[in-house]
Ligand binder design. Structure first.
Ligand code: SAH
Length: 354
């Protein structure tokens, strides 16, 4: 394909593929749709499709930087040390976190894991001196890693399984008029369902995210081998649940995930309960999973907001509004969770106790 030639709509490609080879899994549909979606554009900010916490206020990234510096100092200030961010978006979080960490003597090498060329172009400007990676495998193997991921896991494709009269089946995607729809596949999938959940009522849907599980498994392995700590921030639940949480967002509105794939951001709730189990089963320390509101409050967001307002009194109202968006119960404060992990010999992290 010529570089500038516009790609065929993904929906057309799916239709051809399904006509030739049969229904595709929902996981395949979501994975391809998001790969197309992120590669082509910077979706963040008020002019884009959605706004994330680091884009709301510098306080978010700064408090993450302080958390990392604190745990690294209490672990003995080991060097070299690496900051690793998964899906760094515009690089805003990295830039705010690294600036705050530097005030406490933490100046790590910086590694950004990013799949989107459009976003990497933005990060080249906002995080000068970083190194880029397609996945975790090429990140340095020596020295502690401080790993951060905000709204990364929710973009990874989920597999959905549905209980039918014949047993568990994978949810597959087929065209239906202008849109697509889900049907139950033919292949028995009982083995993919955790034993404790197999007896569910007919019609029950369960969602798993193999990509998120693999990410946590790999991160836990790095923490064990190299030392370090990790923060995963995302919207999701900390108890295992049934049902589909797939949704699509475009221009700040929820849209139909089965119309025009590749044009909207597809996400699913993160199953933090399962991810914590995976990390612990590998011998990693789970520091806890708490709501974003509580975590930011315990890290001192109120004090930080007051001191920012003292320096720029004309922005007091905007600073307070941003703080409220991050910690307010009806806003991001309850729905978003922060999960902390650390290497076995590392101390507990601020914000997870009590
Ligand atoms: N963390 C940023 C951006 C969140 S959007 C913020 O909070 O603003 C999701 C990010 O994950 C984007 O940077 C996107 O390009 C990246 N991403 C999505 N799927 C990915 C994958 N499979 N591998 C690497 N990066 C991915």
């Amino acid at each position: 394909m010529i570089a500038d030639e516009p790609a065929a709509p993904l929906g057309d490609i799916f239709r051809r593929l399904i006509a030739n080879t049969g229904p595709i899994s929902l996981m395949h549909y979501m994975g391809e749709a998001n790969a197309r979606y992120y590669t082509a554009r910077d979706p963040l900010g008020t002019a884009g499709d959605f706004v994330t916490a680091p884009e709301i206020s510098q306080m978010f990234g700064e408090l993450i930087g302080l958390w990392l510096a604190d745990i690294w100092i209490r672990a003995g200030r080991e060097s070299p040390v690496h900051y690793v961010e998964l899906g760094p978006g515009r690089g805003t979080l990295a830039s705010d976190a690294l600036r705050a960490a530097k005030r406490y003597g933490l100046e790590p090498s910086v590694h950004l894991v990013e799949a989107s060329t459009a976003l990497k172009d933005v990060q080249l400007v906002t995080v000068p001196g970083a190194q880029w990676h397609a996945d975790l495998s090429t990140v340095p193997m020596y020295g502690p890693v401080l790993i951060v991921a905000n709204e990364f896991l929710d973009a990874l494709p989920v597999r959905q399984l549905v209980k039918t009269a014949e047993g568990w089946r994978e949810r597959m995607v087929v065209p239906e008029g202008e849109r697509f729809n889900c049907i139950a596949g033919h292949q028995p999938m009982d083995a993919a369902v955790p034993e404790a959940r197999r007896d569910a009522a007919e019609g029950t849907i369960i969602e798993t995210c193999p990509g998120a599980a693999a990410t946590i498994y790999e991160v836990a392995g790095r923490l064990l081998e190299q030392g370090g700590a990790a923060l995963f921030i995302d919207y999701g639940h900390d108890t295992v649940r049934d049902g589909s949480t797939l949704q699509a967002v475009r221009q700040h509105l929820k849209v139909d995930p089965f119309v025009n794939p590749g044009a909207a951001d597809l996400t699913a709730h993160v199953d933090f309960a399962t991810l914590a189990q995976i990390a612990q089963s590998r011998g990693c320390k789970w520091l806890g999973t708490v709501t974003q509101g509580r975590w930011l409050r315990e890290l001192g967001i109120e004090t930080r907001a007051d001191s920012l307002a003292a320096v720029a009194p004309q922005h007091t109202a905007a600073i307070q509004t941003a703080k409220e968006r991050l910690i307010g119960e009806g806003q991001m404060g309850l729905l978003f969770k922060v999960m902390g992990l650390a290497a076995p010999g590392w101390p507990d992290g601020v914000g997870f106790n009590g």
